[in-house]
Write a protein that binds this ligand. Structure first.
Ligand code: RAT
Ligand code: ZN
Length: 421
């Protein structure tokens, strides 16, 4: 009977059954248990550029969007897809999505794939895609100063069971001179130098948008040259408006540090690059604002180790994800191993950054393929038996509950959420 139960409990990989929750696993059983647990656990995708169906055309999905993804554009710019084996991460991702829907991966034209996606209705397609990706919640990126997006929010958006908002601050913090007039036009008493009441008024603006969006965090992407403290308009707004509002609303601030915008402007979104940042700015923020929580991802490979060191020093710092140019299996493996070795399970290993809905399938599939088995093999060799229960607890923590604990993801969302899908 026990044997039957084991088989029933652990047959999803079709491999040798592993032990019950409390029994130590053998080396051979560890990798299939890790695979099983990763496959069965619903993840939280803490940062994407996806939009709930209510946002209409802002939400990208389907084969044409997959092929014009800016990660791919930068590669097309070098050589044509059809003339090359799709071995890069982004090209392989398109192949994996086609295969996931049992569409042909070797056709020179897109007719069949287009036909398939055109036949889908977005609500059920979203449910299916997220289920295939093993993701229950995706966090969007929501910019109150994007005119198209703001118009949708102002009309009123029904909450969606699987999407949450994140209030994005780039236009306010990184490009105040071009945007303060929008706030002024909406009745906030701000000026170009962010003097006088401006910071208090930006804070009021953020609280108003918090009411509208119910975001789970606020976020900004910062250049490699970011410094704090330094007397700049951005830093004044960061300190007096953003961090103050985050404390008042009990929201973390996500800092994504290290982008060098438009090194090749002709490529637009695909023209950004990476630079190593001086993370002393982060150290200063974590120390000066112990009552704020910081969710942080850094773009440069060289900054990853320092980020772990700072996370050991400051409990208000949570590293997350392998961002953008870091999101390649070889680098993800390295960063995640480093984080486990330095932080145990107190970090959020990955986010998808998906812009096109179906990308979550291959991005999370890749994440599930990397590592962890090795971590448990080493622990087992060192003499601590590893159980399936250990693995389940750690995977849940890493890919779900750390995000829930740090953001207000757990908080019940009001109103129409319960009715929408
Ligand atoms: O990874 C990306 O898609 C980038 O273009 C950025 O959008 C980045 O993720 C960001 O959120 O700024
Ligand atoms: Zn992003």
């Amino acid at each position: 009977m026990v044997q039957g139960m084991r088989t029933a409990l652990f047959k999803s990989t079709g491999q040798v059954p592993v032990s019950r929750d409390g029994e130590p696993l053998t080396d051979g059983q560890i990798s299939s248990a890790v695979e099983d647990v990763l496959a069965a656990t619903q993840f939280v995708d803490i940062h994407t550029h996806l939009f709930a169906p209510a946002f209409g055309k802002l939400g990208l999905w389907g084969i044409d969007e997959l092929l014009t993804y800016h990660y791919l554009e930068a590669e097309f710019f070098r050589s044509l897809f059809v003339e090359n084996t799709p071995v890069s991460e982004a090209t392989r991702g398109v192949v994996a999505v086609l295969k996931a829907f049992q569409l042909p991966t070797d056709r020179p034209d897109l007719a069949e794939a287009r036909c398939f996606f055109e036949a889908q209705s977005i609500e059920s397609h979203v449910r299916r895609v997220l289920q295939m990706a093993g993701v229950s919640i995706v966090v969007m990126t929501n910019d109150p100063l994007d005119p198209e997006e703001a118009a949708v929010w102002l009309k009123g958006v029904a909450d969606h069971r699987q999407y949450r908002a994140a209030l994005r601050l780039d236009r306010i913090l990184c490009n105040w001179s071009s945007h303060w007039q929008v706030l002024a036009g909406q009745g906030y008493r701000v000026d170009e130098r962010a003097s006088g009441k401006s910071a208090a008024e930006v804070r009021r603006f953020l609280v108003d948008w918090y009411e509208r969006m119910q975001p789970v965090y606020m976020a900004v992407s910062l250049p490699d040259t970011f410094e704090y403290p330094q007397e700049t308009v951005a830093n004044r707004l960061l300190k007096e408006a953003v961090l103050a509002a985050c404390r008042e609303l009990d929201l973390p601030l996500s800092l994504m540090i290290g982008v060098r915008k438009r090194v090749n402007p002709a490529l637009r979104l695909a023209g950004d690059a990476v630079g190593r940042a001086d993370l002393r700015a982060l150290e200063n923020l974590c120390r000066e604002f112990p009552a704020n929580r910081f969710l942080v991802s850094v773009l440069s490979r060289e900054n990853q180790h320092e980020l772990c060191v700072y996370a050991r020093k400051f409990s208000n710092l949570m590293p997350f994800g392998c961002w953008w140019f870091m999101n390649n299996p070889s680098i993800v493996e390295e960063i995640t191993r480093e984080r486990i070795e330095m932080l145990g399970t107190s970090f959020i290993p990955q986010h998808s950054d998906a812009r096109v809905l179906e990308q979550v399938i291959y991005k999370w599939n890749n994440t599930r393929r990397t590592l962890l088995s090795d971590t448990y093999r080493l622990l087992s060799e060192d003499g601590r038996g590893v159980t399936r229960g250990d693995i389940q607890r750690d995977v849940t923590r890493l890919f779900r509950s750390n995000a829930e604990a740090w953001t207000n993801l757990r908080a019940p969302v009001s109103g129409s959420q319960a009715q929408s899908s």
